[in-house]
Every structure is written in structure tokens, then in C-alpha cells.
Design a protein around this ligand. Structure first.
Ligand SMILES: *Cc1c(COP(=O)(O)O)cnc(C)c1O
Length: 385
């Protein structure tokens, strides 16, 4: 992969000889593409996924992004969506029907959880959240009508991992589809398809774009599975990406390896500082390299979750005192962010929380700034906590 990486990012799919030698790809801002004869039209309609005809099905700028993502994931095909959530919903809904059962990893991305917990049951699909750190627990939870396992490794907030190879090996022989949200790792640090997973979902809004200026998502997998998604939710729900936004994501992708490396090395320094600070009660980072299941996660990203001594009030004082970190959701951009879990709940909330989460938790997304500058900001904010 490594030697091919830059060929994919810089060149793959760019039809420069047809595009007047344009180094950056043109934005094909056209909702449809015309053909000279009825025969040519008929052929285009029949191949709607592969040729420009109607932009909901195929647009050359959007397609260029899909080609690059498929290659990065080692997939035959990919489809690009208007958000990561749209991509996840399409990957799930294309394959399930009333009466099916789905297993989902505990504490996935919030809107994945809502889809699984609240929407699927309305269509007769039963769903269950499970701690999947031990593949044996997954094996034990499989029922005769289990059709899909939804993974997110590492998951949101606490970065727990699932052994992708072991779970894929359990699922495949039983005809159960596996879907893995690979957003944390990006295709550079973890390649679930090579481990036997059927479909990989990404939000492109985070590292792949990296500039906090567009939302997008993708699903990567075999031609057969991707065609099912295309002929189902992709075309009929129509949550597709605009050519303008595809252009932005392609532009962001050009620097992904550099940004990811810098975020991760910054986060390493910041985590080192935070881990020994007396106001930090606990710190979560994903286990990487040989400490991850089967060595599946090659490296870390810029995410760190901390919990503070002094409870929710201390976490709130800490966040309010930050000057360089912006207080908001999301992650994976050029800029550093702080996202307090308490922002998801009413002030003074004392009700139940998902297992393992507490209101003194703050997730930090470490950006590209000099690490010393970020550490100085954290130091003064912790003093105020
Ligand atoms: C943000 C996020 C999503 C959803 O992506 P959007 O582009 O915001 O819809 C899905 N999975 C994970 C892990 C995320 O962090």
C-alpha cells in the first residue's frame, strides 16, 4: 500500500488528458449528461452507476473521489454520500428486512445508535448493542435470524476495539454481513476488508476531508454488495454528494497522510502531558500496533478523551477556560477541538448514561498547531478547572 498510496492520492482516476491537462480536477457542475442517439441513451441508462447520465447516479467529480477511496480501502467499489450518517444508513438498510436481527457494537457514533435503537425496530428489525471486545461474546449473541453485525473500531469516546478478523470469521460462514465504521483509522491505519469485513463505512467529514468545511460519507466493498446499495438506498433515498463538495474532499485527501501523522504525533505529546497531570482522573487513547487486536490498528490519530477530577463542574470550567481549542463537536480537522460529553445532556443532568461514560469526560481532537502551544493552553485551562 505505502508505495501506491501517493499514486492513488495524486493520480488515480484523474483523466487529465481528457481534462485539458488540468492538475486539479474539474467540477462537473451538471445535473445530467446528454447523448446523441436513443441507442447511446439506452446504453447510458443501463450502466447508470458507471457512466455519467444523471448526477444522482454518477457524476465524474464524485466518481473520482469514489475511485480513490475504493483503492485506498482495497475495495472493488465505493459509493460516496452526502454524510457519513447517510452512508451508514444506506449500508444497513440495503440488506435488512422485517424479521431480521442486527448486532451492533456498544457506544457507536451517536446517530448510528439512534438508527439502530429507534428506527430499525419500527421496520420490524430487532437490534441489540453488545460489548464486542471479546469475539466469543459476539458468537454467543448470534441468533438464527442475525443478518448483520455493525462494528466501529475503535469506537467513539472510549476507543474500544473489536477483533475484526475474528468477528469476520464468525460471520462469513453463517451468511451474516459485517459492516465496519473505519472513520477513526482512515484507510491509512486499518483496512477491514483485508481482514474479511464485507463493507467499510466512512465519514469523510473528519480526517479524510480534514478542513472542517464539508460533510460527506462513503461505503466501500465488493462490486456485488455496492451494486445492491446503488440500486436501493443510494438511488432511492438520494443522499448523494454534490460535485462541489466532492472537489473539496478530493483536495483534503491530497494531504491526508501528512495531516494524520502530524495530528497523531501532536496527540502523543499532549497525551503524555495530560496523563501525568493531577487534575486528569483518566485518559483514553486507542491501543495501536501489537497492542490492538491482531495488530489491526497500525497507528493512532489525534483523538484523546480525558475525565477530570472534580466531576462535571470541573470539566465545564476547564472547557470554558480553553483559548486555543474550539468548543464544538466533530474531529479530524486542522484545528484543535474540545467536546464535553455534558454538552449532550441538559445542565445538571443526573440520569443514566451509556455504560463507561461520565459527565466529567471531554474529548479532544488534536489539530496541526505546534504541540507546545496546545499544551500551554491545556495547562492554563486545567489550572482553572
Ligand atoms: C461523525 C461520525 C459519523 C457521521 O458522519 P457525518 O459525516 O457527520 O454524518 C459516523 N461515524 C463516526 C465514527 C463519526 O465520528
Amino acid at each position: 500500500m505505502n508505495e501506491e498510496l501517493w499514486d492513488v492520492i495524486n493520480h488515480l482516476g484523474e483523466e487529465r488528458e481528457r481534462w485539458l491537462g488540468a492538475v486539479a480536477p474539474p467540477i462537473f457542475q451538471s445535473s445530467m449528461f446528454a447523448y446523441p442517439t436513443v441507442d447511446a441513451l439506452r446504453e447510458a441508462v443501463a450502466k447508470e452507476m458507471d457512466v455519467p447520465f444523471y448526477t444522482r447516479g454518477h457524476n465524474p467529480t464524485v466518481r473520482l473521489l469514489a475511485i480513490k477511496l475504493a483503492a485506498l480501502e482495497g475495495a472493488e467499489e465505493a459509493l460516496v454520500f452526502s454524510s457519513g450518517s447517510a452512508a451508514m444508513a444506506a449500508a444497513i438498510l440495503a440488506f435488512l428486512r422485517s424479521g431480521d436481527h442486527l448486532l451492533c457494537v456498544e457506544k457507536p457514533y451517536g446517530w448510528t445508535a439512534v438508527l439502530v435503537r429507534e428506527m430499525l425496530p419500527r421496520f420490524g428489525i430487532s437490534a441489540e448493542f453488545l460489548d464486542m471486545r471479546d469475539p466469543a461474546a459476539v458468537a454467543a449473541a448470534i441468533r438464527p435470524n442475525t443478518r448483520m453485525i455493525v462494528l466501529e473500531s475503535p469506537n467513539s469516546w472510549t476507543f474500544e476495539q473489536q477483533d475484526l478478523k475474528a468477528i469476520a470469521a464468525l460471520a462469513r460462514p453463517r451468511g451474516i454481513l459485517t459492516v465496519c465504521d473505519n472513520s477513526y483509522a482512515t484507510p491509512l491505519l486499518q483496512r477491514p476488508l483485508a481482514l474479511g469485513i464485507d463493507l467499510v463505512v466512512h465519514t469523510l467529514t473528519k480526517y479524510l476531508n480534514g478542513h472542517s468545511d464539508a460533510l460527506a460519507g462513503a461505503v466501500c466493498g465488493s462490486r456485488k454488495l455496492i451494486e445492491r446499495i446503488f440500486r436501493g438506498p443510494y438511488m432511492s433515498f438520494g443522499a448523494v454528494l454534490s460535485p462541489h463538495d466532492a472537489f473539496l474532499i478530493i483536495r483534503g485527501l491530497r494531504t491526508l497522510p501528512l495531516r494524520l501523522e502530524r495530528s497523531a504525533s501532536n496527540a502523543e505529546k499532549v497525551a503524555h502531558f495530560l496523563a501525568q497531570h493531577p487534575k486528569v482522573r483518566a485518559l483514553w487513547r486507542a491501543a495501536t500496533g501489537e497492542r490492538s487486536p491482531g495488530g489491526q490498528l497500525e497507528g493512532g490519530n489525534g483523538l484523546i478523551t480525558i475525565a477530570l477530577n472534580g466531576g462535571a463542574a470541573a470539566a465545564e470550567r476547564f472547557c470554558n477556560a480553553l483559548r486555543r481549542f474550539l468548543l464544538t463537536c466533530s474531529w479530524g480537522g486542522y484545528e484543535s477541538l474540545a467536546w464535553p460529553l455534558a454538552a449532550l445532556y441538559p445542565k445538571g443532568y443526573e440520569g443514566p448514561l451509556p455504560k463507561g461514560l461520565s459527565l466529567d469526560m471531554v474529548r479532544l481532537s488534536i489539530g496541526l498547531e505546534p504541540a507546545e502551544r496546545l499544551i500551554a493552553d491545556l495547562e492554563q485551562a486545567l489550572a482553572a478547572a
